[in-house]
Structure formats: C-alpha cells, structure tokens
Design a binder for this molecule. Structure first.
Ligand SMILES: O=C(O)CCC(=O)C(=O)O
Ligand SMILES: [Fe+2]
Length: 307
C-alpha cells in the first residue's frame, strides 16, 4: 500500500468531529467589546480528505483476505470431509448443503427452483404494477449525501423497500409477500443455523430499466467483519431474480469478481450469473465484489440483506 493512502486512512481514523474548544473566559471583560462581524470572512474549516470506499476495501483486503474474516462468522468449518459426515444434523429447511459449502469456500452460491413458478411469475407481474404506480425511487437519489464513501453515479436502478411484516393497511402484493416469507422464514432459518446472524434484515425490490442500459458499478455491500456482536454490517446478501424468458441478449447479468489469496487457494476467476426467473444468488456481503452489467430489458430482483 502506498504511504499516501496509509497516512490518509490513519488521518481519517484519528480525526474527531469535536474540535478542541478554547476555554471560555470567566471574566467577561476579557471579551472583545466591539465584535466585528465580517460576512465575507470565511469560517476556517479543516479539510478532511475523503477516502474512497474502494481504497479502504483494498487496504483492508491487503491485511487479510475478507473470505477468511467472514468464515469466522460460521459456527464451524463446513467444507471438510468431516463436516460432510454431519450433513444430516444441519437440518436445513430449503438449502442444499452444497450451497452452504460454496458460500463458505468461495463466498457465494446460486440455487434454482426453490420457489413455485406461479408465485415467481405472479411476483414479476406485481413488481411491474408497482413500477407503473410509481412506487419506485431512483436509488442514487436516496443515497446518503453525508456518506463520503458513496458514489452517486455508480448505479441506475430504481428501488422500493419492502417490509415482510407490514400491517393490514399497507399489505404487500401476495406473490411478493410469498417470496418475502421465504426469505424471512426457511432461508433465514438455514443461514442462521450455519452463520452467526444477529441484526435486522432489509428487503429491497429493484428495477433496472433498459433505456441506456441500466447498470450498477463494481462494489461491495458491506465491510468485512468477524465481530459477532456487530449489527451494522450486512453479512449475507440474497437475491431472487424475477426475469422470465431471459436470454443472453438481455444482458443485466450479475458479475462476480474472483479473488485470489496469493496461494492459489481461492478460485480467482470472474463469473457472471444470468438473472433468470427463480434463480437465487447468495453471497457474503463483506467479501464479494460484484456489479450489474448493462441491462437491455426491464430487470427485476428482490434482495434481502441479513445482518
Ligand atoms: O441485482 C443484482 O444482481 C445486484 C444488485 C446489487 O448489487 C445491490 O443492489 O447492491
Ligand atoms: Fe450489491
């Protein structure tokens, strides 16, 4: 790592928001009697250099491979022959054991066919109706403008947040609700049997429009952590795609960037995952760099971020 980056990171880490204030004089006569206010005089503000999120992740990745950090959130090592012998005790409700092994060993996995086809098609139609009704907001408009890490030009998707436990006056459409129930029920059950999950889950429905090929640049959904008490960082990203009849011409694939650990132990190849109807992709949020390639179709996906 360059010295410049290291010193910037250290500087940002040690900069406190509250500047040391001079002591207030107890004797009032010490105050200037005739305080002149000059509106043109600019207040002196110390400039804190912003650290790009990718620079920070690069720095952290150099300290330790993020996959190894996230593996410590698993209750046990799961990609060994010994652990395979214990498959029956895992008592998973929906995921194949292989999916958990991939998640542990590579940081990501895909699995198809977990949701009924009619439910998936219904959910797609419901997502389209929500879009027509104007329920979606441009994601880049929602990005927290105080957050120096977030680059607002990085994504073109439109999003709406969903609540699986929404009250009767604000009900979700039934098929989308069925997928939320799947995320909230069996999927969360299986993942939380294997991985320490503590915090809240967020649910987002996203729409990438074909005009100008909507995309989302390379990014990571969280910083790597192995702190079981942490409730801020997302731990697992699960995405259900809602795109019937997808073909290669439609684009919009999820690109997963390979990683190397310097010993050739990790599969370093980049991969693309076609976003077809009913495909579920799961990855460790603090580990996997990913992007959405330009989409030439209306591309819908329902995502859960588990903490
Ligand atoms: O929809 C996808 O395939 C990925 C979207 C994504 O990376 C995100 O919303 O953070
Ligand atoms: Fe993402």
């Amino acid at each position: 790592m360059s010295d410049a980056l290291e010193s910037r990171i250290l500087k940002a880490a040690t900069t406190t928001a509250i500047e040391e204030l001079p002591e207030f004089p107890d004797n009032k006569s010490d105050l200037p009697s005739d305080y002149e206010y000059d509106p043109n005089e600019e207040e002196e503000i110390e400039e804190v250099e912003e650290i790009d999120e990718n620079d920070l992740l690069k720095y952290l990745d150099e300290q330790e491979n993020p996959l190894y950090i996230a593996q410590r959130l698993f209750y046990k090592e799961v990609n060994t022959t010994a652990s395979q012998a214990t498959f029956p005790t895992w008592k998973l409700e929906c995921l194949p054991c292989k999916t958990i092994e991939d998640l542990y060993g590579h940081g990501w996995a895909t699995v198809d066919g977990l949701i009924d086809l009619m439910v998936l098609k219904g959910a797609r139609a419901e997502a389209e109706s929500l879009s027509k009704e104007g329920a979606f907001t441009r994601a880049s408009n929602l990005a927290n403008s105080d957050d120096p890490f977030r680059d607002h030009t990085a994504r073109d998707d439109w999003i709406t947040w969903l609540d699986p436990t929404s009250s009767s006056d604000k009900k979700n459409p039934p098929n989308l609700q069925a997928i939320l129930d799947f995320f909230n029920g069996p999927l969360h059950h299986d993942l939380s049997r294997m991985i320490r999950l503590r915090g809240k889950t967020e649910y987002q429905l996203a729409h990438y429009k074909p005009e100008n090929g909507a995309r989302y640049e390379r990014h990571r959904d969280a910083f790597p952590t192995d702190d079981p008490e942490d409730t801020q960082q997302r731990r697992v990203t699960a995405i259900m795609y809602l795109n019937p009849g997808w073909t290669q011409r439609d684009g919009g694939e999820l690109k997963i960037y390979g990683q190397a650990d310097g010993h050739g132990l990790i599969d370093a190849a980049d991969r693309t995952v076609p976003p077809m109807l009913g495909r579920l992709v799961i990855f460790l949020s603090g580990v996997v760099d990913h992007a959405v390639l330009p989409s030439n179709m209306d591309r819908y996906a329902l995502t859960a971020w588990m903490r």
